[in-house]
Design a binder for this molecule. Structure first.
Ligand code: HEC
Ligand code: HEC
Ligand code: HEC
Ligand code: HEC
Length: 331
């Protein structure tokens, strides 16, 4: 069936490209509505967002001496127009070729570019409004795996040159419970109080966050080509990520969840590297990427099927100190 040929050719190429270069969370700029479109209905969420580093980076980043230093080392003249920084620090909006940075890390970099779903996700006349919006690219808080993937795509900082040549930090100590319940918290659908998540939801965030962290650390290292802080930092992240998952497995009673967590750990090969001329070659890249696929499927399965009520054994592991202070609306 020759008419299917282009699609069949394109899909594996696309998947190979995704595996090789996990793009940062930047979505298609022509499908971005911009944060004002969300704020029209989500006023308190927007007010909370304006207190976040994610918002402030838009006005502050290019003024910071550390940012100028990184840009200088990379030969970047304009931080706001250079895609290397825009990818993770800003939201780009506009038609292909004419998109520009309009905000910091805004709603749609976490919830999905919204042009196609914004009129669907709140349509209470449609009993499937959330599921239908998800088919159009909406990332609902119900899909913890996808939500977390966005965080770690940026926060593992999977850009070797930026780290090794630019001197950018090699990743964040992002842990999904403490980093969503602090300054990032914006829970206003059920009222005006910015409530913390339930213990049941925190258990899911904790477990899936650890799984996704390992997935994105492996994705990052699979593409490394030189010795330096990047490979070192990603390696540390993988080793400590596996150790945290082992603590989770040890805490869980025998059963399906424990088996899945052990399968995640087993799927993560130890990265092996050899000198390659002046550079470095990851010699088990295919194994690493196969592991990434397995881990990703297990993370999505946990997100789709696990119940926080079954995971009380994780409570002693979950951090209680939050990253930053949650926004409190004025009375
Ligand atoms: C016209 C008003 C309106 C606009 C504009 C709007 N929303 Fe919503 N949004 C709602 C309503 C109402 C709900 C609650 C839906 C429900 O309870 O099923 C909601 C729910 C949500 C949820 C939670 C859904 C879930 O799965 O529980 C998220 C996330 C969200 N909106 C993000 C956004 C973002 C991002 C934008 C901007 C691109 C946006 N919304 C624009 C009205 C709006
Ligand atoms: C792959 C994603 C990514 C890219 C690309 C990126 N950054 Fe960052 N950057 C981050 C993340 C995530 C943080 C926050 C880390 C944290 O707080 O743990 C950060 C933090 C920073 C900080 C420290 C902020 C502070 O609080 O002082 C500076 C400075 C910075 N980035 C500059 C840049 C510059 C300049 C560029 C472009 C040359 C750039 N970044 C590109 C992800 C990225
Ligand atoms: C598009 C990339 C991107 C995405 C997606 C993203 N972040 Fe960030 N985040 C950043 C950058 C860049 C900074 C640093 C901004 C600055 O200070 O200049 C940051 C800063 C933060 C901070 C403040 C850091 C500090 O040092 O106190 C928290 C907390 C945070 N992010 C949590 C999250 C969580 C949780 C998610 C997912 C729900 C997430 N981020 C998704 C890019 C991103
Ligand atoms: C850094 C990523 C990030 C950004 C930016 C962000 N959100 Fe969210 N949003 C999340 C996460 C994570 C959750 C679920 C948090 C949890 O489980 O505690 C969430 C939950 C929500 C909910 C459901 C809250 C509830 O009460 O159940 C709504 C609505 C929402 N976001 C809208 C928005 C809007 C509107 C913006 C922009 C003004 C925005 N978000 C910006 C990550 C983000």
């Amino acid at each position: 069936m020759p008419r299917f040929f282009p699609t069949r050719l394109a899909l594996p190429l696309l998947l190979a490209a995704l595996g090789a270069h996990p793009a940062a969370a930047q979505s298609d700029p022509s499908k971005i509505s911009g944060p004002d479109a969300c704020a029209a209905c989500h006023k308190l969420e927007a007010a909370a967002w304006q207190e976040m580093h994610h918002f402030k980076t838009f006005d502050e980043l290019h003024r910071r001496p550390e940012a100028k230093d990184i840009a200088g080392k990379l030969g970047i003249a304009n931080i706001k127009t250079e895609s290397t920084c825009v990818q993770c620090h800003y939201t780009s909006m506009g038609p292909a070729g004419a998109a520009k940075a309009i905000a910091g890390v805004s709603c749609e970099l976490c919830h999905g570019a919204s042009v196609d779903w914004v009129k669907v996700h709140n349509d209470k006349n449609n009993p499937n409004h959330i599921a239908d919006a998800e088919k159009l690219g909406f990332i609902s808080p119900g899909n913890i795996y996808k939500l977390a993937s966005n965080c770690f795509q940026c926060h593992t900082v999977p850009n070797e040159k930026l780290v090794n040549t630019g001197g950018h930090q090699v990743g964040s100590a992002l842990e999904l419970v403490s980093w969503t319940q602090g300054e990032v918290r914006h829970h206003f659908l059920s009222g005006k109080t910015n409530t913390e998540d339930t213990p049941e939801r925190k258990r899911l965030l904790y477990l899936i966050g650890r799984v996704v962290d390992l997935e994105y650390s492996l994705r990052g290292i699979a593409n490394a080509v030189e010795k330096g802080n990047f490979v070192k930092g990603m390696n540390v992240r993988i080793v400590s990520g596996k150790a945290e998952l082992q603590k989770i497995a040890d805490a869980l009673p025998d059963g399906a969840a424990k088996t899945d967590v052990l399968a995640v750990i087993a799927a993560a090969p130890k990265p092996a590297a050899a000198a390659d001329g002046a550079g470095l070659k990851i010699t088990n890249k295919d194994d690493i990427l196969a592991g990434v696929k397995t881990i990703s499927a297990l993370g999505q399965k946990m997100s789709d099927t696990y119940k926080g009520a079954d995971l009380a054994a994780l409570d002693p592991l979950i951090p209680t100190a939050n990253q930053g202070t949650p926004y409190t609306p004025a009375p």
